[in-house]
Design a protein around this ligand. Sequence first.
Ligand SMILES: *[C@@H]1O[C@H](CO)[C@@H](O)[C@H](O)[C@H]1NC(C)=O
Length: 336
Amino acid sequence: MQKKLESHFLLLFLFFVSSSLGFPWSQNKQFNQAKNYEGSSDLIDLQYHMGPVLASPINLYIIWYGHWNQNHQATIRDFLYSLSSSSPYPSVADWWRTVRLYTDQTGSNITGSIVISGEFYDSSYSHGGYLSRLAIQSVIKTAMNSHPRPLPLNPHNGLYLVLTSADVQVQDFCRAVCGFHYFTFPTVVGVTVPYAWVGYSGTQCPGQCAYPFAWSKYSGKPPPVANGGNNIMKAPNGDAGVDGMISVIAHELAEVSSNPLVNAWYAGDDPTSPTEIADLCLGVYGTGGGGGYTGEVYRDYWGDGYNVNGVKGRRFLVQWVWNPAKRRCFGPNALD
Ligand SMILES: *[C@@H]1O[C@H](CO)[C@@H](O)[C@H](O)[C@H]1NC(C)=O
């Protein structure tokens, strides 16, 4: 009984600190962590805490909240399709292979199959232009209760991705986080399902959440690039906000898959502030990355930066994640 109570308190606690992606450049601590972690490190105590990972093929349900640009939606969909499609090496699916190295206690790996199984257009801003963290769960509930064409309630292998448009404010968005993942409460949604939220940052805070395609005006300088220049990296799909969002979506998908109930893979002793597999590699996109330097990435003819290929000839820039076998941050564009 007491145990149960404790775990309820723990859940409540966890809710308020639910796993979030902060800013890659702004927090020196994170900067330095990323820098240190690109090289192999035995200091990282990433541990498995016995909970489930997303091992079954994932049915992904997208909720487009607010007013969305169709080109932006197409870019995001193509990124999501690329996760389980084959594209020229190094591909988005090759990047996901690092995530697949994580297993649960039965030895099942994270799935390689992520299928967009439904989309819901909440263009009437059902919960207003400002969303608290908890309200994101209500947005999911609304999509499931909609008539016609509700999103299915899929507690077996559903993953819900809430994407908010440029004009939507979200609690802590642009001040502390660019995205977060967590799980729904039965009292709000009816069941416990994992979900993630990511906001479009192109107009509200590209300097915070669309790094390295934009640079904060408060930081004084753009990110250094390999040739010693200071030019801002150009976005491979033509929009800093959406290209920045892609990397945040990648970050959240990696973490929700390896820590869906916040009791599986994370570092640190404190489950109220877990450091997860993508947190360890914030701001690292290539070999040598960290400390405000993206690392070695590719540049196309126009100066667009990218590190992986996707479907339809698209290119994306996604941050690296922690590789548990190599014990360092890794991506398929690694030079070593
Ligand atoms: C599953 O995870 C194990 C342990 O990390 C790894 O050795 C194996 O290659 C993974 N399998 C796949 C299909 O990724």
